[in-house]
Ligand binder design. Structure first.
Ligand SMILES: [Zn+2]
Length: 106
């Protein structure tokens, strides 16, 4: 238990360092993924480029890590909630990442 906690902390520190070095990133998405997202309303193309809809507030925000948290396991590599919604739901700040398992859809 102790060991895994240390590993999580190390990973978070490395993530933060990487983020500081590269700035905000937009995950590379396949054409198919974007096309499907546009059809379902998950994505929109605006004058700002590709935007992603937050599933909580319903607003479109640029599909990058400035507005959504990076989440490799998620569809499109970004969390489905925008930063504000994520914080209001979890009460956590960026960098205070805790490894969680996705709840089963019921
Ligand atoms: Zn939101």
């Amino acid at each position: 238990m102790k060991r895994s906690e240390i590993e999580i902390e190390e990973q978070t520190a490395a993530d933060r360092e990487a983020q500081a070095r590269v700035g905000h990133v937009c995950p590379v998405l396949s054409r198919k993924h974007i096309q499907r997202g546009l059809q379902s309303g998950r994505y929109a193309i605006t004058r700002l480029g590709l935007e992603r809809r937050c599933t909580r507030c319903g607003e479109y925000w640029p599909a990058d890590t400035e507005f959504f948290y990076f989440q490799p396991s998620a569809s499109g590599g970004l969390n489905c909630y925008c930063h504000d919604c994520y914080r209001s739901v979890t009460g956590r700040q960026p960098g205070q990442r805790v490894i969680t398992r996705q709840k089963e859809m019921t």
